[in-house]
Design a protein around this ligand. Sequence first.
Ligand code: DX5
Ligand code: ZN
Length: 220
Amino acid sequence: VPAPLIAPSLLAADFARLGEEAAAVARAGADWLHLDIMDGHFVPNISFGPVVVKALRRHAAIPFDVHLMIAPADPYLAAFADAGADIISLHPEAGPHLHRSLQTIRALGKKSGVVLNPATPVESVAHVLDITDLILVMSVNPGFGGQSFLQSQLAKIAMLRRMIDASGRDIRLQVDGGVTAQTAPDCIAAGADVLVAGTAVFGQPDYAAAIAGLRSPRRA
Ligand code: DX5
Ligand code: ZN
């Protein structure tokens, strides 16, 4: 099994020093930077928007992985693309036309992602695989960092791994929420190939060691 990509979530960084924090994880070996966009409506928390994403762009050269937790999302897709997002992911619950939203992201020249909440079935993505570059399994309810990993989502990761492999398509399988050096091995074994981690990176004194520990976890 190839090593997974590691995408630190800036949600757990020091918000007074976001530029430095983004640069620090890029320097520490992060593959992507995960940016959590929350509107206080789709999820019960507010984070930051495209202006901040744009300001961060000059601080880190790694791909910007933008996770939209906003509804509606369609009116803001162009703004995030212009701000420098490389991957834009959204939840099917954010609007009635997921296929159209994914088409829009692709038309903006960006990679498209579908995010499945813990209760959202894998079937939600089954008929849009042809316009999907990434599937993100939420292993917590979205809105906050530092929550406990939901073991129930491992079976979903395994189901999606089978679905992706059967499709023969080049689709990344990402997991987000409660990913730590303890839970990462199960995610990787189930078939995830991109791990998002907020607290498990920014809550550690040594970002490089934390990222390396997630990438090649040793079971306790
Ligand atoms: C939650 C966000 C996550 C969050 C993960 O809504 O989507 O990206 O930052 O934080 P940890 O890794 O601390 O669970
Ligand atoms: Zn996220």
